[in-house]
Design a binder for this molecule. Structure first.
Ligand SMILES: Nc1nc2c(ncn2[C@@H]2O[C@H](COP(=O)(O)OP(=O)(O)O)[C@@H](O)[C@H]2O)c(=O)[nH]1
Ligand SMILES: [Mg+2]
Length: 242
């Protein structure tokens, strides 16, 4: 008999213009899930893609209608909104998400599960073992992390890494997440999880170059909005009810 690592896992992938990547990402994930998890679902969030992502997702679902769900935002709402749709529509006890562009190796989910078991944590977050990004990106991330530490006492190696494993009870405890655009969602989620006393552990993950499509993660408008959201959350937690 097969020995599974987990009984139940919901996996979701945020997709924005990933027509050339998503099929490959999902088929690799299915292979891994069939070996590692007894009962699983994959949720694909099409966040108002302007290319053929929608059609490709229909094709993927057609091959596996019971285990694959599609959520469509039209028009585009942003990475944060896509993450919220994934988190709040996941039905199983454990939830994992990763990027749809193939830059992570979903096979590393086995290490997340091992880490969770070793540490008995409620959330396992990835950090990039090596990420080839510009000096400006490294600098903005560092400033961001210092501010998050000063305002909220949260210190992790990489807040924004897009590969995480989360117990559903954490999501059920957080009734509302505000972030819509940009990477603020990860900080908001971890700040609120820490405030509720959940245990967070960390795991180094590999990151590979993007082969198809374009990264849309960072632009100056998104960065400014993220900083204003961060101060807004600090104000809310300290002076209002979050
Ligand atoms: N839902 C949604 N997903 C996005 C958006 N922008 C990027 N993504 C997805 O988020 C993931 C990471 O985005 P990417 O631009 O590759 O960022 P990077 O790898 O951190 O440079 C990919 O799976 C994208 O498809 C967006 O506006 N909405
Ligand atoms: Mg990427």
């Amino acid at each position: 008999m097969k020995k599974y690592q987990l009984d139940e896992l919901s996996v979701f992938f945020p997709c924005y213009n990933e027509e050339k990547n998503i099929e490959n990402t999902v088929s690799k994930a299915i292979k891994v899930l069939n070996n590692v998890v007894k009962k699983w679902e994959i949720i694909l969030i099409n966040d108002g893609s302007k290319d053929n992502t929608g059609k490709v997702l229909e094709k993927i679902k057609f091959a596996n209608p019971k285990q694959i769900k599609i959520i469509t935002h039209d028009p585009n709402r942003g990475y944060g909104a896509a993450l919220k749709s994934g988190l709040y529509n996941s039905q199983y006890q454990w939830i994992a998400f990763s990027d749809s562009d193939g830059q992570f190796d979903f096979g590393e989910i086995t290490k997340f599960i091992d880490k969770q078991k070793e540490t008995n944590s409620d959330i396992v977050i990835g950090y990039y073992l090596s990420r080839k990004v510009s000096k400006a990106t490294i600098l903005t991330s560092k400033i961001w992390e210092i501010i998050v530490f000063i305002l909220f006492g949260l210190k992790v190696t990489d807040i924004d890494c897009g590969f995480k494993l989360i117990n559903k009870k954490v999501v059920d405890t957080i009734p509302r997440l505000e972030a819509e655009r940009g990477a603020f969602i990860s900080s908001e989620f971890l700040i609120k999880s820490k405030k509720s006393g959940f245990k967070i552990s960390e795991l180094g993950v590999h990151h590979y170059p993007r082969v198809e499509g374009q990264a849309t993660g960072r632009n100056i408008k998104v960065i400014i909005k993220s900083f204003s959201d961060l101060f807004g959350l600090w104000y809310k937690i300290n002076f209002k009810r979050a």
